[in-house]
Write a protein that binds this ligand. Sequence first.
Ligand SMILES: Cc1cc2nc3c(=O)[nH]c(=O)nc-3n(C[C@H](O)[C@H](O)[C@H](O)COP(=O)(O)OP(=O)(O)OC[C@H]3O[C@@H](n4cnc5c(N)ncnc54)[C@H](O)[C@@H]3O)c2cc1C
Length: 455
Amino acid sequence: MTTSLRDTLIVVGGGVTGLSVAFIAARAGKKVVVLEGAPQVGGLLCTTEVNERPIEKFYHHFFTHDAELFWLLKQLNSTHLLEFKKASMGMYSNQKIFPFGGVIDLIRFKPLRVLDKIRFIATTSYLGLFADWRSYESISAEEWLKKWAGERCYHFIWRPLFESKFGKYSHNIPVSWMVGRLQQRMRSRKKGKEELGVIKGSSKELLKALEAALQSMGVELVVNAKVDQLQVTNNSVKGVKLVNGEEYKSENVILTVPSPIAGKLIGTHNLKLATDLGNLEYFKATCAIVELKSPLSDQYWLNIADQTLTTGGIIEQTNLVSQEEYNGSSIVYLSKYFTEKDEFSSLSEEEKKQLMLVDLKSVFPALESKQILSVQIHSSNFAAPICELNFSERIIDVQSSINGLYVCNMQHVYPDERSINNAIITAAKTCELIGVSNSYLPPKRKVLPGSVGFN
Ligand SMILES: Cc1cc2nc3c(=O)[nH]c(=O)nc-3n(C[C@H](O)[C@H](O)[C@H](O)COP(=O)(O)OP(=O)(O)OC[C@H]3O[C@@H](n4cnc5c(N)ncnc54)[C@H](O)[C@@H]3O)c2cc1C
């Protein structure tokens, strides 16, 4: 029996967005095919192995308010996988490490004066608790913070953080992005201390549970299936063609791949849409996973506020996940976000590794080379969309102008930060657009992701 073109849903991209779309649509009775270009599903959430144990290629933690992730885990009978722990934060500034996780730490933060600290608390509280992101889309965070938090606050806290995360784009990040980010972080705090979640046994366990559920519902998960082009007739999608020449037919296709890739797949079928998607730029990211004989510090997250260093963050994974999970080794991620225009982009993976290790040793001068057991480097060309001023005007509608074609990816979480939870939210909103009824969707709540592009 041949399946009608209308009955099948093709999902291109098997990252968390694609897998969540597939999960929700299949529960609602749709026949779904997921086409993933890599040898395994999971996208940015994929794992590698260190000391014979699985670990995320890119650090991943979760927040206490990640309601849609809890919902998904519940559907998978896997809530036991998520555990929350106190997480300590620090800031490396003026060649010193300052704890920077709560009000007490702020009071002790020497580079700022009392009035600066009051302005810091007042401005972050306003943005995180009260501000409406839509009113701040055209105002740069730099301009706003200098005015309201003060020059010193901007100089000692925000500027180094923005520069390490956004590089040359740090002058053009809208206040709205900070509203999204701070609202997320503030909801994760209990009595001033942050609790962060991790998946026991790594995200490999979450992906395993999700894959098993998809297969039990008859979802066809095809890996090594890199899509090369869409097939479109009379402005209606008819299927996709893979790079190996295989074809999959359907009148319903959801692209969850990064926007520039989606643009290439659309190509001449709709030049305007393809160009608009192609023009949405992304930050790249590199994470080094350093395996050590013993712990470095008691901080989970250390922001590097030092312009002489390349590395943006030092994340000591084994201050959130027990060393036992890695057969006794201590694990540290070194992270760096950059764009094609940054010099870092032109370095080889080996050069990036060496540069980041030099940074690690300058922050922790007592660290000896013999303490380092192994180092891995992982990079992504599509780590996060670059959200400049008035970014919402550039967000593409999920329901595209080609009949039957939908595009849902990280751009749609704006003004919130891209995350696993937000990928599930936007996947659910996309399923709603294709007619999946509420009973199959996570309970609705007021959230920022999915505010734009879902008309
Ligand atoms: C360094 C880093 C740290 C992060 N930390 C956290 C964190 O702590 N907490 C958190 O919640 N989130 C975190 N995230 C964000 C989170 O990983 C993403 O928001 C989420 O994984 C996005 O999923 P996605 O499916 O939208 O995209 P992706 O994971 O990018 O998936 C897209 C998929 O499409 C596939 N694809 C591409 N082209 C084709 C093609 N032509 N044909 C078929 N398939 C194709 C890719 O192989 C990929 O699997 C982090 C991300 C990075 C980069």
